[in-house]
Design a protein around this ligand. Structure first.
Ligand SMILES: [Zn+2]
Length: 261
């Protein structure tokens, strides 16, 4: 766990997404919950040293961001689209066949939702939740001006990401919007805590994907030919692409192909 600002703690080493919490004068506000039950219990014990959880914010509709909500108290807050996704979530989505041991385990959806913006005032802290479509239409950035911290959701990631629900145009606009915030610490959905320099990098990654698929279309390739011809999209080279990576990339290419064609 890292303390990245006066009252902000972040864990970037859990399997799943980055998780954070903010200690306010009126309790704890969490951002995401750990996906793996064992990590969630550990995180709950860590947080308990600082106070009681008031709110738990989920920044997007993917399971690695909300699966652990069950383990925490506090009101869950998220985008309407994230609530929809959690209501439909299936138990078989845990990685490596992990099964939560608790008999009454269930996914906890947000009971407070937003479509555009929502601000929570807790103690002396402000939590500005802003819908920033990109990775999915339902992404929410959590900006905490008093700490100069923003949790970006998977609109910024340090590794291979899913683009199969994405709108690249919106994504690029959201990255610009993130740049305009008066923030020093950017907590991505996955990967290390960064400063503003992560934003032009991510912009380059999104543009690179779009450009690569565009070129395949211009060369007259069919979607399947493009999937076969583009083994590794820019920004995501790996030494040994495993099946999961290849599968994600093929889905990303198919989605971009449909959008750009
Ligand atoms: Zn995601």
């Amino acid at each position: 766990m890292q303390k990245i600002a006066q009252n902000v703690y972040v864990e970037t080493d859990f399997e799943g997404c980055n998780c954070g919490f903010v200690v306010t004068e009126d309790g704890i506000v969490m951002i995401e919950s750990p996906q793996i039950p064992k990590n969630a219990v550990q995180w709950r014990e860590e947080i308990a040293k600082h106070g009681r959880v008031r709110y738990l914010i989920n920044t997007e509709p993917h399971d690695d961001h909300f699966a652990g909500n069950y383990y925490f108290e506090g009101t869950v807050v998220g985008h309407e689209g994230t609530r929809e996704a959690i209501l439909k979530a299936r138990m078989d989505r845990f990685p490596r066949g992990v099964v939560p041991p608790e008999k009454d385990f269930h996914f906890r959806p947000p009971t407070i939702t937003l479509s555009q913006r929502l601000t929570l005032y807790v103690g002396k802290h402000t939590f500005k939740l802003i819908n920033m479509p990109g990775h999915t239409p339902y992404q929410v950035a959590v900006y905490i001006p008093e700490e100069k911290v923003v949790f970006t959701s998977d609109n910024v990631v340090g590794h291979l990401c899913y683009m199969d629900q994405s709108s690249p145009q919106d994504w690029l606009a959201s990255l610009k919007q993130l740049e305009q915030l008066d923030a020093e610490y950017y907590v991505p959905g996955h990967g290390n805590v960064r400063d503003k320099s992560c934003l032009p990098e991510m912009t380059g990654v999104v543009q690179g994907w779009v450009e690569t698929v565009k070129q395949a279309i211009e060369r007259g390739l069919s979607c399947q030919e493009a999937q076969d011809a583009i083994p590794e999209l820019p920004g995501y080279k790996s030494e040994r692409p495993d099946r999961h990576r290849v599968d994600v990339q093929r889905r990303n290419i198919a989605h971009l192909y449909r959008l750009l064609k």
